[in-house]
Design a protein around this ligand. Sequence first.
Ligand code: KIV
Length: 266
Amino acid sequence: MPAITLTTLHKLKAQGEKITMLTCYDATFAHAASQAGVEILLVGDSLGMVLQGHDSTLPVSTADMAYHTACVKRGNQGALILADLPFMACATPEQAFANCTVLMQAGAHMVKLEGAGWLASTVTQLAERGIPSCVHLGLTPQSVNVFGGYKVQGREQAQAEQLLADALDLEQAGAAMLLLECVPTALAAQVARAAKVPVIGIGAGVETDGQVLVLHDMLGLSLSGRTARFVRNFMSGQHDISSALRAYVGAVKDLSFPASEHGFNA
Ligand code: KIV
């Protein structure tokens, strides 16, 4: 299988084939997930919660992200590696340049920035310097203290219009991909139709160009005992982890995941 690149992802969107992404933090799972056909391995700062046991992603450092990105790189079999910039790592363009350098040198092919329209000039400057970026919009967990909890975003008309405008501004600024978390299904579909770049969703319905889940969630593992509405346990009915990973890829590709009960109304 040839390695997945941004060109591959753009072709998948153009062909209407859904893109599969999973979080991944180590070499063994990188090997298993990429062998199962997962196209993008997201070294997410969710590692602060699922690996480190924190109650938010805020304590994660760029050094943590670089360590896990390097681990994923060693096991990866041709997937595209997307690494998260952790809390405050892109607060200014200069900080973004320095922290992206660390992540790209650790093995990332693309970086993910959480935020909104204010990231446009950073995205442009990163692209000019050879760093493709994915911007995470909607429920951005690094802003949990501003949101007052992990809440669906974009339910009100003004918020929805702002999110769509931000998405298009960021695309114009040079974002190579967008990721929408916990936004109403109809709004996510509107963004995916309007954007030329791939739009990946989590808790954003089936009409985005692809899906992402946190690895531990889709394997039925939870520290808190709670499961978010948008998660399906792909271990159920499977004998081993590789089969669960293949079941996830199959369900995203054939549109059986996410089902309507995994999404949110406006
Ligand atoms: O860090 C992460 O795992 C993420 C996903 C929830 C998309 O950003």
